[in-house]
Design a protein around this ligand. Structure first.
Ligand SMILES: Cc1ncc(C[n+]2csc(CCO)c2C)c(N)n1
Length: 221
């Protein structure tokens, strides 16, 4: 069994939670409160700024030019495509440029993005990849799951989101990340693999916390 298959099997419960969360399910059914989605978009925009830096660090830590250019292409994709979707949603949801630029990260956004940056800065490429894998992979799973919900891809508000994360193009990015994790796990010691598992588990849990934070629109008390 590949390392990534082992991860989702071992942490099946936490992995399923990312897909079963009411935010995700209601998004697919088209019943999600627009204010919750609006809150999510703003926080996700802030998250993506730090997440993009992870890919820049990946390019620095890459052992060869092929891996380096894959990280660099993903960085560019986040800045121009992914954040582009956020900017178009912002316009549709009446979020001004100033509101986006002045937004404060919520406690969960701050904790999640800082945890990933901490792991990426202090570990090697395997640790960095374990940190970003749940974001890529769980969104792909969610995209493919929601695509099958009746009317989800054509929904006037959420259809663009579902189409983006279920696209073949995005699937290729996610698969690249999965196979990179498998390659990097080869030959690692037991203790190193245990460290990678913990990082994967933590960022998987943070994914669910991010949905919950958006669903509850949680800021500081
Ligand atoms: C909290 C949160 N987690 C994951 C993603 C998904 N995502 C962010 S960047 C990227 C890679 C694009 O090449 C993907 C899949 C998100 N938007 N927000």
């Amino acid at each position: 069994m590949s390392f990534t298959q082992h991860l989702v099997q071992k942490y099946q419960h936490e992995w399923q939670q990312t897909q079963q969360h009411p935010f995700v399910q209601e998004l697919g059914r088209g019943t999600l409160d627009r204010n919750k989605f609006r809150f999510y978009m703003i926080q996700d925009y802030l998250y993506l700024i730090d997440y993009a830096k992870l890919f820049a660090l990946g390019a620095i830590k890459a052992p060869d030019l092929t891996t380096m250019s894959e990280f660099s292409a993903s960085l560019s994709n986040i800045l121009h495509e992914e954040m582009g979707i956020h900017r178009s949603y912002a316009a549709r949801f009446g979020i001004t440029k100033e509101e986006l630029e002045q937004a404060e990260p919520s406690p969960i956004t701050l904790a999640y993005s800082h945890y990933m940056l901490h792991v990426a800065q202090n570990g090697g490429l395997a640790e960095l990849t374990a940190a970003l894998l749940p974001c890529m992979w769980s969104y792909w799973e969610i995209g493919r799951m929601l695509k099958e919900f009746p009317g989800a891809v054509d929904h006037p508000d959420y259809g663009e989101w579902v189409r983006g994360y279920s696209s073949d193009e995005f699937g290729q990015h996610a698969q690249w990340c999965i196979s990179l994790m498998d390659q990097l796990a080869v030959g690692k010691s037991e203790s190193e693999l245990a460290r990678l598992e913990t990082i994967f588990l933590n960022t998987t849990r943070y994914e669910t916390l991010f949905w919950e934070m958006s669903y509850q629109q949680q800021m500081w008390l």
